[in-house]
Write a protein that binds this ligand. Structure first.
Ligand code: MG
Length: 188
C-alpha cells in the first residue's frame, strides 16, 4: 500500500492578545481594542474592528487622540494571561487531533494525515475552542505546512464566506486560493 498523502492543519488564534482581553471584558465585544507593548510603548495587537484605524507598531503616545476619536480601548499587555489562555487552547486542540506541534503562542500545526472528514473536524476544532475558551481561531488544511498557512490566511480573510475553516487539499480549491492571494501579505 502506498503512503497516504500528508495533510496538515494550521490552527491560528485571531488577534490573539486582543481576543484574550475580550474574553474577560464581554462588555467590549463590539468595541474595537488594541493591546500595547511593555510600558505601553506601541501597539502589538488589534481586534479586527480596530485594524482599519490603527497600524501595528504605532507608538501609543502618538495615537491617543485617534483612539479616543474612534472609541478604541487600549490595554496594557498581560503576558501571564496570554500564556494561560494559550495553554488552554493548545490542550483542547491536542485532545482533538492525533499529533500537534505548537508553533507559537497562538499557532499550532496538527498532523491530519489519513483522517476522514477534514472539513467537519476543522469546524469542530473551531467551535469547540471558541465555546470552551472564548478565543476565535482560523483553521487552514492543506498538503504542506506552507499551504496550510495560506489556507489559514484565507479562512481569516474570507471569514464570512468560509466560517473560518478552509481546506485546500483539493487541487481546484488550491488553485483558486493561490490565484486570489497576495502571497507577500500571508508571510508579512
Ligand atoms: Mg494569530
Amino acid at each position: 500500500m502506498s503512503k497516504p498523502t500528508p495533510v496538515f492543519g494550521l490552527i491560528d488564534c485571531n488577534s490573539f492578545y486582543a481576543s484574550c482581553e475580550r474574553v474577560f471584558r464581554p462588555d467590549l465585544a463590539k468595541v474595537p481594542i488594541v493591546v500595547l507593548s511593555n510600558n505601553d510603548g506601541c501597539v502589538i495587537a488589534r481586534s479586527y474592528d480596530a485594524k482599519p484605524f490603527v497600524k501595528m507598531g504605532e507608538p501609543y503616545f502618538q495615537i491617543k487622540e485617534k483612539l479616543r476619536h474612534h472609541g478604541i480601548v487600549a490595554f496594557s499587555s498581560n503576558y501571564a494571561l496570554y500564556g494561560d489562555m494559550s495553554e488552554r487552547v493548545m490542550t483542547l486542540i491536542e485532545s482533538m487531533v492525533p499529533a500537534v506541534e505548537v508553533y507559537s503562542i497562538d499557532e499550532a500545526f496538527a498532523d491530519l494525515t489519513g483522517i476522514e472528514g477534514l472539513d467537519a473536524l476543522g469546524r469542530q476544532i473551531r467551535s469547540r475552542v471558541l465555546r470552551c475558551t472564548g478565543i476565535p481561531v482560523g483553521v487552514g488544511i492543506a498538503p504542506t505546512k506552507t499551504l496550510a498557512k495560506l489556507a489559514n490566511h484565507t479562512a481569516k480573510r474570507l471569514q464570512a464566506q468560509t466560517g473560518g475553516v478552509v481546506n485546500i487539499c483539493d487541487q481546484v480549491k488550491r488553485d483558486w486560493v493561490l490565484r486570489n492571494t497576495d502571497v507577500a501579505e500571508v508571510w508579512g
